[in-house]
Design a protein around this ligand. Structure first.
Ligand SMILES: [Zn+2]
Length: 249
C-alpha cells in the first residue's frame, strides 16, 4: 500500500445495494482521494454488487446470504452465529470511522493527536462514530428482521472498551483497568430479540428490561451466546449467562 492510499479513510458499506448504501457510495465516489472502500456486503443483488466491485475495487465483498446458504443444511438448522466486527469508536482517528453522510456533529477533530483539537471537536468526532454505529446496528437488525420468516433472529452487541475524550486531560483507552476511568471501562451491551425468538427461548424482553441495571462484564459474553443459542456443553456456566434469569427454558 503506498502512502497516498494509506491516508484515505477505509469504509465498509453494509447493505451496499440498498438505498442508503447506494447513496453512501455516491458520496464516496465524489471523493476518491479521501475514501477507499474496504468491504461491501449485500444480501441478494448479485449483479449490482458485482458492478459496485468493478467500480470501487473493495478488498472484500460479501454476499452474506450466499455464504450462509453454503453451510450444510443440518448445521444451519441448529442455528448460525454471525460475528460482525467493526472499528466502531476506536480512537484516536475517530474522524476516519464515519462516512461523510454521518458527520452530523461539526466541527469535528481531524487530527490523530487529539490534544491538538478542542474538546468540542474531539467530542463531535466521537459522537459522529456513535451516529454511524447506530446506523450499522439498525441496518443489521433490518437484515435480520427481513429473514424472520425463515429464521428466529436475535442480535447481541457489545463494545470492547470505552474512550476518554479529554476529561481530566485523559484521552483514548489504554489505562490499566485498575486506574482507568469509567468512560473507558463501562461499555454498552445491546440486545435485540425478534418476537419469535422471545417465544422460542422464553427470554422475555420485559424481564430483561427490568434487569438492565444489573452489572455485566465481558465474562458474560461467551456464556450468554451459548445460552441464547441453546448450546448444551459442560463449559457453560449459567451464572454468567446474562439471559438465563429471563429464560423460561
Ligand atoms: Zn477497540
Amino acid at each position: 500500500m503506498n502512502a497516498q492510499t494509506s491516508k484515505r479513510t477505509r469504509v465498509t458499506v453494509l447493505g451496499s445495494t440498498g438505498s442508503i448504501g447506494k447513496n453512501t457510495l455516491d458520496v464516496i465516489a465524489r471523493h476518491p482521494e479521501r475514501f477507499e472502500i474496504h468491504a461491501l456486503t449485500a444480501s441478494r443483488q448479485v449483479d449490482l454488487l458485482l458492478e459496485q466491485c468493478l467500480r470501487f475495487s473493495p478488498r472484500f465483498a460479501v454476499l452474506l446470504d450466499a455464504e450462509l446458504a453454503k453451510l450444510p443444511a443440518e448445521r444451519r438448522a441448529r442455528g448460525t452465529v454471525v460475528v460482525l466486527h467493526q472499528m466502531g469508536s476506536h480512537g484516536p482517528a475517530y474522524h476516519k470511522r464515519t462516512p461523510k453522510a454521518f458527520k452530523v456533529f461539526q466541527p469535528e477533530c481531524t487530527q490523530t493527536s487529539l490534544a491538538a483539537c478542542s474538546l468540542e471537536e474531539v467530542r463531535n468526532a466521537y459522537d459522529n462514530t456513535i451516529v454511524y454505529t447506530d446506523h450499522f446496528l439498525a441496518r443489521t437488525i433490518d437484515w435480520l428482521r427481513a429473514r424472520a420468516d425463515r429464521t428466529t433472529p436475535a442480535l447481541l452487541y457489545v463494545s470492547d472498551h470505552g474512550e476518554s475524550l479529554g476529561e481530566n486531560n485523559l484521552y483514548l483507552h489504554g489505562l490499566p483497568y485498575a486506574v482507568a476511568p469509567q468512560t473507558q471501562t463501562r461499555v454498552p451491551w445491546i440486545t435485540w430479540l425478534s418476537s419469535d425468538f422471545e417465544g422460542w427461548r422464553g427470554s422475555r424482553i420485559a424481564c430483561l428490561q427490568r434487569e438492565r441495571e444489573r452489572a455485566l462484564s465481558h465474562d458474560h459474553l461467551f456464556h450468554s451466546v451459548l445460552g441464547l443459542m441453546g448450546v448444551g456443553t459442560e463449559v457453560y456456566q449459567r451464572e454468567l449467562d446474562a439471559y438465563a434469569a429471563c429464560a423460561s427454558r
